[in-house]
Write a protein that binds this ligand. Sequence first.
Ligand SMILES: N[C@@H](CCC(=O)N[C@@H](CS)C(=O)NCC(=O)O)C(=O)O
Length: 227
Amino acid sequence: MKLLIGNKCYSSWSLRPWLLMRVAGIAFTEQLVPLDEPGFKEAVFAAAPGSGGTLPLVVDGDIAVWETLAICEYLHDTYPQAGIWPRDKAARAQARAISSEMHAGFMALRSSCPMNLGKRFAGRDRGPGVARDVERVTGLWRQARERFGAGGPFLYGEFSAADAMYAPVVTRLDIYGIAVDPVSQDYMQAVLALPAYREWLAAALVEPWIVAHDEVDEPALVDLRSH
Ligand SMILES: N[C@@H](CCC(=O)N[C@@H](CS)C(=O)NCC(=O)O)C(=O)O
């Protein structure tokens, strides 16, 4: 199985299946296609001519899967024992619902606070839309943790596709210094401490590319990249 991803510093969608496959122990080869660089679309369409031309993209023999939620479902179909979704039916139903909500929503948070793993910004009021998104996201996290989280530190106990879907949200709240409740703080720490996430981050910090439209016009408190 091959996973095509964008830059690790900026590609929030790519982080999701990469982290999920690493934590689930699914073997894959990785092809990184730098975003906004010449040849991006050509490389994606060479791998999957009928795809939407975005990353992440899974290529498994003659099967190509794009769209992050579809990739999660493909992994669940292909590796039914890997725990991609929670094993309990009620937990699985909720995990899919909150993952769909993530895939389709939280536009204010996503547009005001792009994922940029190289930087840290001072916490400040980022407007009512962001505040509403953060309230909803952390409310979902608390619901999941309280009802289904007894078996581990993640939303449904063990790490699942729902955690992968929210991992870039965790990074955004961290990068932009957004205050959250103690349950959400503990959950965020569990995600940020994952060895697979640390591996992704280490690679992100030595990447040479700058994606201009994901750089916010605001001085960083910390710039973790070497250039
Ligand atoms: N809905 C898609 C979104 C994927 C997406 O927008 N990926 C970005 C990188 S994070 C991309 O490929 N951008 C390049 C482009 O749109 O040309 C998914 O769920 O995978």
